[in-house]
Design a protein around this ligand. Sequence first.
Ligand SMILES: Cc1cc2nc3c(=O)[nH]c(=O)nc-3n(C[C@H](O)[C@H](O)[C@H](O)COP(=O)(O)OP(=O)(O)OC[C@H]3O[C@@H](n4cnc5c(N)ncnc54)[C@H](O)[C@@H]3O)c2cc1C
Ligand code: FES
Ligand code: FES
Length: 487
Amino acid sequence: MSASDSIEFLLDGKLQQVRFNGQSAFKPSTSVLNYLRSLDNHKGVKEGCAEGDCGACTIVVASPGADGRLVYEALDSCLVFLPMIHGKQLITVENLSQKENGQKILHPVQQTMVTQNGSQCGYCTPGFVMSMFALYKNHHNPSTEVVLDALTGNLCRCTGYNPIVKATKQACCKEGKDHFSPLEQQVYENLKSIIDKNQDIELEGGNQQYFLPASLESALQLRKKHPDVLLVCGATDAALRQTKKMEHLPLIIDLSRILEIQKFEETENAFVFGAGMNLERMKQLTQNKLDALHDMLVVFGSLQIRNMATIGGNIGSASPIGDTLPLLFAYGAFIELASEAGGRRTMAIEDFITGYRKTALKPDELIVSVTIPKPSSDIIIKSYKVSRRIDLDISTVSAAFALKLTQNNVVENIVLAYGGMAAQTQRARSAESFLHGRLWNLENIQQAMGMVEKEFTPISDARADAESRKIAASNLLLKFYHQTLES
Ligand SMILES: Cc1cc2nc3c(=O)[nH]c(=O)nc-3n(C[C@H](O)[C@H](O)[C@H](O)COP(=O)(O)OP(=O)(O)OC[C@H]3O[C@@H](n4cnc5c(N)ncnc54)[C@H](O)[C@@H]3O)c2cc1C
Ligand code: FES
Ligand code: FES
């Protein structure tokens, strides 16, 4: 089958086809934000930060879910490359109100923003309203916790959040019923017919080649042909090279369409997460199964970011402050890699991360999945994130610890994995060796804390100086100790 040179999606109730060629106004990695801003009737979406922090660019994307219904997700359009909405319905603030007998009827989420005085400016409000709309479609009478989570990715400098939270609660009580509801089945089928073509997409324009393979097989073939390509899946890491560093990205393989790497499987001994699974789904799947990982995902970015960011991207970018990595060390996770020539191989996550943003990935390989062995009930695993604010912030120091004690309170096994303390995620090996075989008591913990401080030479940066990082890291061990006494 030959590859297509265009993408298709729904906007304003119509099928839109964007073809990329010499004449196109867009290069393939144009952000959805810039695409919308180029249209006359979609200027509500705003650019605030261009890095996923402010939410002024929030859009909602609907895609066909496995249960035959549409899934509505709020995304930061500044970080979404246009091809990523292939086969989806793009919804902006302009689509929320409707006309009836010449009268403009506001959507319930817009109406309650008016009645609760939730808006003072046109800059942040469209983004808030879109986050509220996604929540409206997904939740009936959400709790305050759920409302706050849905709004974490939107910043307002003036109104204050209380009226917006009240407006959201007041609106979300109609089981998602609105003027979109009667059309949802039709939209679902239209989107399925685009997706079911199952065609690889190869786009070229603006001195850029952009591949959007439909299957893992096609992706591996492309990867072999283009070893120097930039891989993206959620693009929350990679897109910043374009939006903030103003880099030209000549060659991209986008893995976001490959369903084979988005699967979840629970076996007798392990949980297997597809590398292309987004972190919001992973957050939901880990609840009551892998509590420490779930707790970390609750404070990972914002809902908009988690709807895009993938576990494969967090591992593949190998950032020293990648929040899932200390946990994957503590759980003893391993990853599966695939290449066209070599088939599949597995590797412990600890061996995969080799340096500052460096991994053992071969030039023709992709990460396919991550397997987390089910921890036995006598192992205590906890995670910690120290950051300047709780929500939507990058870790200053992060940690994940796993502990197994004998019946006599002696340490049988311990993993102390840290982020933000070295050029890569790293275990405090000397403290681990010291504690191994010793009594789990305050005296030994205090000695181990001194070792943690000596073990690392962290950097000083805008988030914290090196000394504060050392103190935070050793105090996290103390906190863990006290928490183990409670459990
Ligand atoms: C506003 C904001 C908040 C953030 N908050 C956090 C946070 O709280 N904690 C945190 O840890 N990170 C955070 N991040 C960073 C980022 O969201 C995460 O690292 C995320 O998991 C990256 O996933 P992605 O799919 O978006 O990666 P992408 O940008 O798509 O990919 C990043 C890199 O990973 C590699 N890669 C991706 N998929 C594969 C694959 N299948 N096989 C091989 N290589 C692959 C490629 O080298 C690629 O270039 C934040 C980012 C933003 C913009
Ligand atoms: S412009 Fe700020 S999140 Fe996109
Ligand atoms: S009302 Fe727009 S920044 Fe607060």
